[in-house]
Design a protein around this ligand. Structure first.
Ligand code: BES
Ligand code: MN
Ligand code: ZN
Length: 501
């Protein structure tokens, strides 16, 4: 947990490349003629690189890598060459990320405690060199993460890497590149903070635990404060809809507010709202047993809000941001909400709860109504809301729905630059009738387009402001052998908010 790297930006010293690092040396190579660095290494090693090229071992193909231990004439104990494809060829962001990820994973799995990464001149469509420095430091921090807090000592991952130095062949000033390094590393740490919360088991990570962690995050920054509403206070505010979700649980539901003041006093804040179901059994509409353990991840939206607030506070962004976390545990029990129950929301609308497993939208409904009191510039909610979103977009892309196309475009752009991508789905009126109810103003489920009807439900509570919804059911955590939280969409949210300043 919380492996932190120290990352430096060094100026590129081609002539001294063979002297520069005692640990690991990672160099990007193109197909075609050797760069000056490679020429020097080739000379020092009596033509080793030329020989390798002849053997077809060093083609420079994108993403290819070779390991050259203990090269004589090179100070570094380990040298790695990572293919960057054809020199001068425009790379897509995905191709560039493939190269940088390879460099980073070579560094992380290396036994060296310090590595020097030399990145040649890459041209990436739509992005400058600043993006490269930001991405590589993000990838270093994000990819070195391991979660082994609850493992016995002998099973813990041991990593040697402590320090990464980076040289980028760029005409940008080193202060601009350094800023990219700092931003990327901070986003990586925010995304690791989100992973740490989400990977915890649900017997530890309860709504009260999220409240405690939010308070301690706020204590780290002068500009960040935290307040928490318990069930009594929420009852007073008429949040019966949110409260109906935790009715069957022994754990108290919480509504957490993180308030970041970095902008002018009277400037309207941007609000981010996270679904914080610390465990989703489905309630009386009980889920099947297989992979139910993964429903501890049903608070990933909340975790991304807490992680992003730390990024914004750490980088002292000159804006005002409110982070809301709507947290409850969805359990069956004698006091649990039943299918057919009707509850009144804080907004006054009544809801017929036809399926207690569609609980995320119920906690969000009241949190979104509560958000109005901040007179927001924009509101974005983040939720592991529907299994249907995984069917539609898989595990690489988050679902985006919005009542404001300008806001949607901003979020899509933030997703593209941060390679934490989202794709927009419509929430047209034709879908809204699916929520008709015979016994209340609206039902909490209906229709075949599950991701869209869930968003249509939320849209009934967001009519007064510019709003977008991110369904991260497929992207916030992965299953299988690498089961765990991904830290998404902290990069998207951070980029979006930083762009607002
Ligand atoms: N937390 C789930 C959605 C989910 C499913 C997230 C799988 C990640 C992986 C949500 O509360 C839920 O149960 N949604 C239901 C809605 C249905 C009852 C309309 C679903 O998707 O099945
Ligand atoms: Mn559910
Ligand atoms: Zn859920």
């Amino acid at each position: 947990m919380k492996k932190r790297l120290s990352i430096n930006l060094n100026q590129k010293i081609v002539k001294e490349i063979t002297e520069i690092s005692s640990g690991g040396l990672i160099i990007g190579v193109f197909e075609g003629p050797f760069s000056d660095e490679l020429k020097i290494i080739d000379q020092e090693t009596n033509g080793t690189l030329k020989k390798l090229r002849k053997l077809g071992e060093l083609e420079g193909k994108l993403g290819q890598s070779i390991y050259l231990p203990a090269l004589s004439g090179v100070k570094a104990q380990r040298t790695y060459l990572v293919g960057c494809g054809k020199e001068g060829k425009k790379l897509s962001r995905q191709e560039a990320v493939k190269i940088l990820t390879k460099m980073v994973s070579v560094a992380i799995s290396s036994k060296a405690s310090n590595v020097f990464i030399s990145i040649p001149k890459l041209s990436i469509s739509g992005e400058g060199d600043h993006w490269i420095s930001q991405q590589i430091s993000y990838l270093c921090e994000n990819n070195i993460y391991t979660y082994d807090a609850k493992l016995n000592k002998k099973d813990k991952t041991t990593r040697s890497l402590k320090k990464v130095s980076i040289a980028i062949d760029s005409s940008l000033s080193s202060s601009k590149l350094k800023k990219g390094i700092r931003v990327g590393q901070t986003i990586g740490r925010g995304s690791n903070a989100a992973k740490d919360l989400a990977n915890l088991p649900a017997n530890v990570c309860t709504p009260s635990y999220l409240a405690k962690e939010s308070r301690s995050a706020a204590n780290k920054y002068l500009s960040l404060s935290c307040s928490v509403l318990g069930e009594k206070e929420m009852k007073k505010l008429k949040m019966d809809c949110l409260l109906s979700v935790g009715a069957g649980s022994a754990q108290e539901s919480k509504l957490i507010t993180l308030n970041y003041k970095g902008g002018k006093k009277d400037e309207q804040p941007h609000v981010i709202v996270g679904k914080g179901i610390t465990f989703d059994t489905g309630g009386i509409s009980l889920k099947p047993g297989a992979t139910m353990d993964e429903m501890k991840f049903d608070m990933c939206g909340a975790a991304s809000v807490i992680g992003t607030m730390q990024v914004i506070a750490e980088l002292k962004a000159p804006i005002n941001v409110i982070g809301l976390v709507a947290s409850a545990e969805n359990m069956p029990g004698g006091k649990a909400t039943k299918p057919g129950d009707v509850v009144r929301t804080m907004s006054g609308l009544t809801v017929e709860i036809l399926n207690t497993d569609a609980e995320g939208r119920l906690v969000l409904a009241d949190a979104l109504t509560y958000a109005k009191k901040f007179n927001p510039q924009s509101v974005v909610d983040i939720a592991t809301l529907t299994g249907a979103c995984i069917v539609a977009l898989g595990h690489s892309t988050s679902g985006l729905m919005s009542n404001d196309d300008r806001l949607a475009q901003k979020l899509l752009k933030a997703g593209t630059t941060s390679t934490d991508r989202a794709w927009q789905l419509p929430i047209w009126d034709v879908y809204k009738k699916d929520l008709n109810s015979n016994f209340a103003d609206i039902a909490n489920i209906g229709g075949r387009a599950g991701t869209i009807t869930a968003a249509c439900f939320l849209s009934k509570f967001t009519e007064d402001y510019s709003w977008a919804h991110l369904d991260v059911a497929g992207t916030a955590h992965i299953s299988g052998a690498a089961k765990g939280a991904s830290g998404r969409p902290v990069p998207l949210l951070s980029h979006y908010l930083l762009d607002q300043s």
